[in-house]
Design a protein around this ligand. Sequence first.
Ligand code: SAM
Length: 223
Amino acid sequence: MSSSIGLTPDLVRYLAHVNPQEHPALARCRIETARMPNAQMQISAEQGAFMQVIARMLNAKRAFEVGVFTGYSATAVALTMKELNPIGAKLLACDVSEEWTIKARDYWREAQVDDAIELVIAPAAETLDARITAGEAGQYDLGFIDADKKGYDAYYERGLQLLRQGGVMLFDNVLWSGRVADPADTSPDTSALRALAQKAKADARVHAAMTSIGDGVLICVKR
Ligand SMILES: C[S@@+](CC[C@H](N)C(=O)[O-])C[C@H]1O[C@@H](n2cnc3c(N)ncnc32)[C@H](O)[C@@H]1O
C-alpha cells in the first residue's frame, strides 16, 4: 500500500483506523491499483483524507488535477466537492493516458461523481492553457499537481492564473522519496522539485508550506 514517507506499517494502519472510512469506490481503487506495476504512483489513503479536508475548508466547487492515473485523488476530491455542491461541482482532470484513466472512469461511476469530473486526455499544460484562454482564470478553488516533475513549473504558473484569491494548489512528491535532500542527486526531476520549492518560498504571490504528507506535499495558497 502507498503510504506517507517514513511511516511504519503500524502507523499506516493506525492512520487508516482513525481517519474517516474510505468510500467503497476508493477502497476498490486502492486495492485493485495495488496489483498494478505502477501502483506506487497512487496517493496514499491518508493523503486522500487530507485532500478532502482541504476541499471542505475551501468549500471547493471547481478544481483541476494534473495526473489522474487510476483516479484515487480525483475520486476523493470529487466526493467532497459534490457533497458540498451537489449541483455545479466540477473537477477538470488532466492526463495523457487512456489506458490508466479508463480504470478511473469505473471508480467515478461507482462513487457517482462521474458527472462532476471532466477528463481531458492531452498534455496538461495545453489543457490548462486552453482554460485560461477560455476565460476561466481566477475561477478555481483547488488544484492538485501530480504528474511529470519537469512540468511542475509550467503547472505552477498556469495553476496560479486559474486559482481564485485564497485558492490552494497542492504539489505531490516534493520530497521525492528523500532524493531532494541528497546533494549528489542532480537529476532533472530532482532539480525541478528543488527549484519549485525555492520559487514558492520566495514568491510573493503565494503563502507556501511544505509538509511530509505522502511523498511530500507542497501547499501553496494564492494571496
Ligand atoms: C503519479 S500518477 C497520478 C496519481 C494520481 N493522482 C492518483 O491519485 O492515483 C501521474 C500521472 O500523470 C500522468 N502524466 C504524465 N505526464 C503528463 C502530462 N504531461 N500531462 C498530463 N498528465 C501527465 C501520467 O499518465 C499518470 O497517470
